[in-house]
Design a protein around this ligand. Structure first.
Ligand SMILES: [Zn+2]
Length: 101
């Protein structure tokens, strides 16, 4: 049996397309023809153009956006949350280490 793919609903894909453009570092880009993305994955997610998009700030905004939409939180919340917690743990560890030194 084929693995079920979590597909992004079309409405949010449109939002993602708008969001991508806010994180463009260059105005003219002939890699993505100024669209800001190179294509769409089978999960219906955009592939941001590595040439002209600040993918870190884009991902941060996307994460914040997902949190505000229950439907999206359900689809992706868990995986995003895990990453966040991991980071927090590492920070805590560093703090503790400092205290011991
Ligand atoms: Zn580009």
């Amino acid at each position: 049996m084929k693995k079920e793919i979590k597909r992004l609903p079309e409405t949010y894909l449109q939002e993602a397309k708008k969001m991508v453009l806010k994180h463009k570092k260059k105005k003219k880009c002939n890699k993505c023809f100024d669209r800001g993305y190179l294509g769409i994955t089978e999960e219906n997610m955009l592939i941001p153009c590595t040439h002209c998009i600040d993918s870190k700030s884009l991902f941060d905004e996307w994460k914040a956006y997902v949190k505000t939409i229950p439907e999206l939180s359900e689809l992706y919340g868990d995986s995003l949350e895990e990453k966040e917690e991991e980071k927090e743990e590492k920070k805590e560890f560093k703090k503790e280490k400092k205290n011991w030194e």
